[in-house]
Structure formats: structure tokens, C-alpha cells
Design a protein around this ligand. Sequence first.
Ligand SMILES: O=C1CCCN[C@@H]1CCCn1cnc2cc(F)c(Cl)cc2c1=O
Ligand SMILES: [Mg+2]
Length: 485
Amino acid sequence: KLGLSVKKDDNFGEWYSEVVVNGEMIEYYDISGCYILRPWTMSIWEVMQAFFDAEIKKMNIKNCYFPLFVSPGVLQREKDHIEGFAPEVAWVTKSGNSDLDVPIAIRPTSETVMYPYYSKWIRGHRDLPLKLNQWCNVVRWEFSNPTPFIRSREFLWQEGHTAFASKTEADAEVLEILELYRRVYEEFLAVPVIKGQKSELEKFAGGLYTTSVEAFIPNSGRGIQGATSHCLGQNFAKMFEINFEDDKGEKAMVWQNSWAYSTRTIGVMVMVHGDDKGLVLPPKVAALQIIVTPVPYKDANTQAILDTCAATVSTLNAAGFRAEADLRDNYSPGWKYSHWEMKGVPLRLEIGPKDLEKKQVRAVRRDNFAKTDIAIDGLVEKVKEMLDDIQQSLFNSAKLKRDACVVVAKTWGEFAEALGQKKLILAPWCNEEEVEKDVKARTKGDMGAAKSLCSPFDQPELPEDTLCFASGKPAKKWTYWGRSY
Ligand SMILES: O=C1CCCN[C@@H]1CCCn1cnc2cc(F)c(Cl)cc2c1=O
Ligand SMILES: [Mg+2]
């Protein structure tokens, strides 16, 4: 396993697919758009899952599991927005040699699977709020260029589906969940995101409004939806007759939300932090935070070096860190350095004869390659400090880089120029759907059209006479635009 054959800034697509394979996160599979998630990926997924699962349990949201298979009649219940998605529904049509009388769909999302039972279970206001989540896989047979983690035909996610007696409760939960998504990205993956609302054109067609956390990939100049939290209003309640007798004895429809994040989060993290030596993992999610490597020297006391490595690992593990020693004697120190750098391990501790003598270790950071000699005495404290600093500085540098990509555009000319420079564009918009469609039409091309990404909750000042960048009409709000995944 030598180094990468391309540089991140020279051939981003090729760099990405090599990094996820050489970093032992992904193995390509013989079915297009499907990928093997190796342990190095699953450990990252599990760290995020542990955090998010604990947080939703504090909100009294319960986990459940609904079937993978959807009967066709039920899937078509929500026909208005389904027809747009019909081509990506995967169907089971046979078992063994015999055809099924009725083909069965594989869930692309679970609204139509779950809501007939919400209707059955919700009778009176005492049955509310009903708040369920499931950790599962979904299948969408997409045809646009598949990319590990970012766009695959099967992916892992959580999908939350909640029902309330009032809109107020639903509105509050939408934002509570969105804040958890921000924390997943910013506190665990060290990726900056923008919280905002989707336009009418970009929102989930079956819902009332959509909020999202939007990330940005500087190398490709593309925005990417990081996670999404919808208020569904009473649309699904109407369709699936999910109503209840309220405390005044009146019949009322429930107010619902649905929200999800997926393994796409991991792809975003790789794209943002990776470098030309491979993965760069934020310590919070790294399966291995510290790798200890012996640097044996011809006549030095090799056994003492190996013993010190092992002892250092037990000390660090006892202190709650995820540390291992690479004591394999069939690989050189140099080989080990590039191997663990490729896998993105945040911190390496080298122990050679000199270090043994001085009762110290040589610490090497993965993010900036800084080398520091640390006394074995007080090692745990120093390692904690370094890992915290790596986590914070990964976020800080990603935020600086993302902010440097943001351009404010007030006219079409400025917008088009910024788009050509692969920027993330913040522009005043009249909020008219026709104008948004026009922007898409005018920017169509082999790089894909520009689209609205979100209108940030954190709105900059909008002076009275500000005009829309695209229509020249009075602007209503600031909105982020760009090409996207
Ligand atoms: O984004 C979320 C959060 C978690 C629960 N679901 C919603 C909406 C999902 C939209 N969506 C997304 N993709 C879909 C693909 C399909 F083939 C079909 Cl039939 C439907 C959909 C579809 O409704
Ligand atoms: Mg889709």
C-alpha cells in the first residue's frame, strides 16, 4: 500500500476514492453504487450514533424497527411527490424461481411504512406525542454518479418520525433536532455547517417546511446537505388519517416532523479534513486516537523499548483513550508512519533508545505534523491536551477555509463570477420560486446548475432598498446558493 497516486488539489474525485480505500474505510463492491463499510468506518458511525441516540433518548424518543419491505399500494399513498421518486424505488419481484403475485418495494424512506400504524395507534390526546426513531438502511436506486458515503444506492441512517397535538411542539422539536445535527458535525466531525431553511422548491415536497444543516466542500466548490429536519405539518395526517380526540373532545389532526442524518456525514468529514497523506480523523470520532510505535536501534535494548510501548498503551487506555501499539517486527518504522498517517490516526508516539533514556516519547500530530517530546511522567495530561487541540484546530481551519469560500453577490454578474470560481454564494433574493427556477435554468451546464442551499437563520442586515440578485425585485432574505452534490 504505497501513498496516494494523486494530490487532493489536482484530482479531487480520484483522491477521494483512493483515500477511502487506502484508509481502509471502504471496499468497492461488484454492484455499482454499493460499498462495503469496513470497521474503520463503522467505529466512526458508532461514535456518532452513541451520541445522537443518547440525546434523543433524553427527549423521550424511542427506537423501533419497521420492515424493510413496502407494499405497493401503501407506497403510492403519497402519490403527489412519489412520482418524482418512482424511478429510484427498488422492487422485489421474485422469490426463488417463482414470481411474486405483487412486487414488493424496498424502503427508500419510511413515511408510508410507518404512518398507517401511527393512524392505528393514535386515538386520543393521551397517545400524543408519539415519538419514534429507527436506525436502519434505505435503498434508492439513483443513477447519478455514485460516490462512497456521499451518494450510494444503499446507506445507513436514522429516521425520526414524531407526532404532536400542536404545531408549537412540532416547531420546537424541528429545531432541537437540527441543533443535534449541528453538534454531530461541529463537535464530532469538526466540520462547520450552516443552519437554515430550504426554499419552497428545494424542501421535502410532502412537508410544510424543511430545515437543514448545510456543509461546503472547498475542493469541489459544492454545497452538500448535511442533515435535514422537516416539519410535515398535517399533510401526512390528512393522507393517513392520523387524528385524535383533543382535550375538548374535538377531532383533530396531528402535527408531524421527520428528520434524518446518514453515513453521508462520514464522506463530508473525509472530504473536508483529508490531505495528500490520506485521512485526517478528528480525535472525537477516531477509532484509534493514538498509535505508539517502537523505533528499535541495532544494539539498543529492543525488549525494553517494546515493553515501554505496551506500558504506554495501557496507561493511555486506562485513562480512557483509544490507543494501540504497532509492535509488528515485519514492518519498518517508516512504513508504519505512512500506514497510520493514511488511516488518519490523530496522534503518533514514537519510542526509541534516546526516548527511553530520557524517559520521554516523541509525539507527532497528524493534522500539522508538529513534533513534540513529552515526558512519560504526565503523559496522559499532555496527550489529552494535544487531542483536544487537534479537534479544535481541525474545526477552526475548516471554518476559516469555508468562510474564505463565501462570496456576497448582489448582482447577476457578481453571482455568475463567484459561481465560476467555485464559491459559496450569499445573495439577497426576492424569494420567488419562478426566479429560483430561472437561476437553475441560467446556470445549467456540465457542472450542474446552481441551486438555493438554505436561507440561514442567522440573517445579515438587509437594507430596505436591497434588490434581488437575479430578478432585481425587492429582496426578501439572504440565501446561500451554489452547485451541490
Ligand atoms: O428526509 C427525510 C427525513 C427522514 C424521513 N424521510 C424524510 C423525507 C424523505 C424524502 N424522500 C427522499 N427520497 C425518496 C425516494 C423515494 F424513492 C421515495 Cl418513494 C420517496 C422519497 C422521499 O420521500
Ligand atoms: Mg434523492
